[in-house]
Design a protein. Structure first.
Length: 94
């Protein structure tokens, strides 16, 4: 039961991290560099940073709980730096 709850929480963090990264790249960065509105990058960037740290911490926790191999952990963590990577992790590893 605890593992199921942990997977749900990690899934939520994963989804939010992926969305925040896409918003940062697709909306906030163009606002900053095209329309000279850097405020969105500050807000979304901070949220994404916090979610990124939670994602990596959650990946390490899931590695232990779900008994992933070290390669699986490496792939899951590397997916955090790809725009759609966390969605792949949700489908393949959770």
């Amino acid at each position: 039961m605890l593992v199921e709850i942990s997977v749900r929480i990690f899934r939520l963090i994963s989804t939010l991290e992926a969305i925040s990264f896409l918003v940062l790249l697709g909306i906030a960065m163009p606002l900053k560099y095209i329309w000279e509105m850097p405020q969105m990058v500050e807000i979304v960037g901070m949220a994404h940073g916090v979610l990124f740290v939670l994602y990596v911490g959650g990946a390490i926790y899931m590695y232990r709980k779900l008994k992933w191999s070290i390669l699986d952990l490496f792939i899951v963590v590397m997916c955090s730096i790809l725009p759609f990577g966390p969605f792949y992790v949700e489908k393949k590893y959770l």
